[in-house]
Design a protein around this ligand. Structure first.
Ligand SMILES: NC(=O)c1ccc[n+]([C@@H]2O[C@H](COP(=O)([O-])OP(=O)(O)OC[C@H]3O[C@@H](n4cnc5c(N)ncnc54)[C@H](O)[C@@H]3O)[C@@H](O)[C@H]2O)c1
Length: 206
């Protein structure tokens, strides 16, 4: 059952990226109150409040999180980068920083954007669903191990109940991850944020 979210404040971290910008459009259509946090500003929209900063830095992040109900974490270094240290800094330490800062300021819901690569080892998936498969034992790049660790950070807090691809952390925060890009990340992210059982349809195939 979808909760009415009109007017609720959300923050899209990485909102100037490919996924983040499309997600912002969908949230605005649903009359959410949207802010973006990113290293850079790549577009303008009078309905969006922009915060520039590094998600690894608590002092940068905190002002953007004030009064926010739901955070969508869509930031990552480019997957093809060879900068292993940067992947760990941003995807692992940075995500840890996002989770703890969200808890400190009382954010109710955090949606992490994972990747299908966490279960991919070069072969097509023939049986089973992405969210039910084990993590790749031999990830194909530097990016994937940090996306696996990122999911585990979301799963590790106490009081966890897990069902399908929804991962809940109780009681203070709801932390969810989305891997299944075959359905569409935006659809899944919105469904998580809205607390829906069914996938929210959007115009974007992303
Ligand atoms: N695009 C895909 O096909 C795909 C596939 C699987 C998973 N994902 C995941 O979806 C998310 C978004 O991917 P995308 O394709 O939109 O990426 P993108 O590169 O287009 O956007 C990422 C954004 O994150 C920002 N960012 C990076 N480091 C930051 C930092 N330290 N602080 C603040 N902002 C920072 C960048 O400036 C950029 O705007 C990522 O988590 C990625 O792992 C994407």
């Amino acid at each position: 059952m979808a909760a009415p979210m009109t007017g609720k404040r959300c923050l899209v971290i990485g909102g100037c990226g490919f996924l983040g910008q499309h997600l912002c459009e969908e949230l605005i259509k649903r009359e959410w109150n949207v802010s973006v946090f990113d290293l850079r500003k790549t577009f303008d929209n009078p309905k969006i409040k922009f915060f520039l900063g590094d998600l690894c830095n608590k002092e940068d992040l905190k002002p953007a999180l004030e009064g926010v109900y739901c955070v969508f974490h869509c930031a990552s270094p480019a997957p093809l980068s060879n900068n292993r240290a940067l992947f760990y800094k941003v995807n692992v330490d940075g995500t840890n920083n996002i989770i703890s800062t969200c808890q400190e300021v009382g954010v109710k819901r955090l949606v992490l954007t994972s990747s299908a690569s966490v279960v991919y080892e070069g072969q097509g998936i023939k049986n089973g669903r992405e969210e039910e498969l084990p993590y790749a034992e031999k990830p194909l790049d530097y990016y994937t191990p940090t996306k696996i660790l990122q999911e585990k950070l979301a799963i590790l807090p106490p009081h966890i109940a897990q069902s399908k691809h929804k991962i809940y952390s109780e009681p203070a925060n709801l932390i969810l991850t989305s891997r299944d890009h075959s359905i569409g990340t935006i659809q899944i992210a919105l469904s998580f944020a809205l607390d829906c059982d069914s996938i929210v349809k959007t115009e974007h195939p992303t």
